[in-house]
Design a protein around this ligand. Sequence first.
Ligand code: SAM
Length: 266
Amino acid sequence: MPPADKHRARKRFGQNFLHDANIIERIIQSLDIKKEDSLVEIGPGHGALTDIIVEQCRHLDVIEIDRDLAAEFQWRYSDKDNFILHNTDVLKFDFAANLSTESKYKLIGNLPYNISTPLLFHLFKCKSLFSEMVFMLQLEVVDRICATPGSKNYGRLSIMSQYHCNAAKLFKVPASAFNPQPKVESAIVRLVPLESPEYEAQNSQLLETVVRTAFSQRRKTIQNSLKSLLDKSLLEQVGIDGYRRPETMSLREYVSISNALAQVES
Ligand code: SAM
């Protein structure tokens, strides 16, 4: 049965649908899809990206939370045998259980902005399943992902994204490319998961705790903001001046703190 033909964009699902053919083409080209690729798309919506990529790849899994949009796909794509729809919340989706480990997947999505940070952390946990991810996100989030120490956007998201992936901002997308138009600016980011991080944390959960704790007190010195986790002598031990601010410290320095702390705790 065909779905109802008038779907109203749902704010709670961050629904801003792309309609600009040039932008759609540029996003898809950013992923460099090959015939033999397996792809995952998060939030296909009405299929602005999906209708094109499904024809270009060996296999496509899509994850869509909206029941009406999912029904639209089940009906429109009923003749496609390279397509699987998961009508669920991507934050609860178990990628490792649902995807094959035979080859890596390429991941694409014009993501719902209200869940972008938790979603990125959810994906970092299973990053080994993916060779590459191309996402549309709020411009400010892309700037935070790619920020370097000392800049105002630098923080937990920058450090953990750059720990797990090589990150590159590709291009901005104007609000006029969407319907309805979002109130925020958007940009495309490419994330390439690293097989082994440049500076390896002995315990990546501990690294995350150190970074989260440091930035929960952004204006304090690093020795004050990390007081609940460690003694300032540990900072001295790894050669870090305890009077520095959390936003001046590099990923390598956070990894060295986390590894020294792991030694103390073991
Ligand atoms: N890809 C389409 C496009 O570019 O026009 C739609 C993009 S729209 C910004 C975000 C999409 O993600 C919507 O289809 C929305 O229903 C879906 N979505 C929102 N929250 C979700 C979640 N937690 N899990 C899975 N899909 C979600």
